[in-house]
Design a protein around this ligand. Structure first.
Ligand code: 5IU
Length: 262
């Protein structure tokens, strides 16, 4: 049901302020594109964020790969998020018990909760992981996604694991606002999850290391997902990142418009 509603209509169904603001932002900017900025130098990451900023709704980071990380990087990224109107998603994939993830999320060098609008976690440890992250994130108005599936070949996140993950998300809807998933699951009354999908490419289907890339239309129109996450398709192989981002923004948005008008 929610696959046929506009992002703006769906923003009204959320109580989580980040989810609400994110869906409004997507509509305002006409973008369901997230760029996966897997770069290991601060300057390169800032340059990419500035180039693709006008076309994206969400910058996905792996902050722990940045060799020269410092607080100034965070300050610059959050300033770019304001300038270009996008949100930040630290793809941390927490995977420990509740008490440990609380520390990993709120403290350490990165202090992820202080700057990342959205983060995510594996369900392997059980629902304590959500309770731990929620304790830190909710007072800061943050949101999280659960990893219900992965894009890589041979992933163990499937079947019953995925079903149980969705059940936990329903229990903590004030904080768990969506999934990393490869397709949209059947809605239950009151569901409106945001589906974000990595493994998206217009030109190639595989990287030879297990990654599998699908066309944006397959992801958004056929499979009903909401956000396409694109990395190397935009910045790899000396590509013109701004030009590619525009191309992916249009492909993702057209597939969404087609979906809600069917
Ligand atoms: N990513 C995946 N698959 C997954 C999950 C995360 O590719 O199932 I969860 C991340 C890894 C990388 C980005 O940061 O999404 C995809 O980048 P490429 O478009 O360059 O493959």
């Amino acid at each position: 049901m929610s696959a046929s509603l506009s992002y703006l209509e769906r923003s009204k169904l959320h109580s989580n302020p980040t989810a609400k603001a994110f869906l409004e932002l997507m509509e305002r900017k006409k973008s369901n594109l997230s760029v996966a900025a897997d770069l290991n130098k601060k300057a390169a990451l800032i340059e990419l964020a500035d180039k693709v900023g006008p076309y994206i709704c969400l910058l996905k980071t792996h902050i722990d790969v940045v060799e020269d990380f410092d607080q100034d990087l965070v300050d610059q990224l959050t300033a770019l998020a304001k300038k270009h109107d996008f949100m930040i998603f630290e793809d941390r994939k927490f995977a420990d018990i509740g008490n440990t993830v609380k520390l990993q999320y709120g403290s350490g060098i990165y202090k992820i909760a202080s700057w990342s609008d959205i983060t995510n976690a594996h369900m392997v440890p059980g629902e304590g992981i959500v309770q731990g992250l929620r304790e830190v994130g909710l007072p800061l108005n943050r949101a999280m996604l659960l990893l219900a599936e992965m894009s890589s070949a041979g992933t163990l996140a499937k079947g019953d694991y995925t079903v149980k993950t969705v059940e936990v998300a329903r229990k903590y809807k004030d904080f768990v606002v969506g999934f990393i998933a490869m397709e949209r699951y059947a809605d239950k009354e009151g569901d409106d999850f945001i589906y974000m999908t990595p493994g998206v490419g217009l030109d190639q289907t595989s990287d030879g290391m297990g990654q599998q890339w699908k066309h944006p239309r397959e992801v958004v129109f056929d499979r009903g997902c909401d956000v396409i996450i694109v990395g190397r398709g935009i910045y790899g192989n000396g590509r013109d990142a701004a030009k590619e981002a525009k191309r992916y923004q249009e492909a993702g948005w057209n597939a969404y418009v087609e979906r809600i008008s069917k």
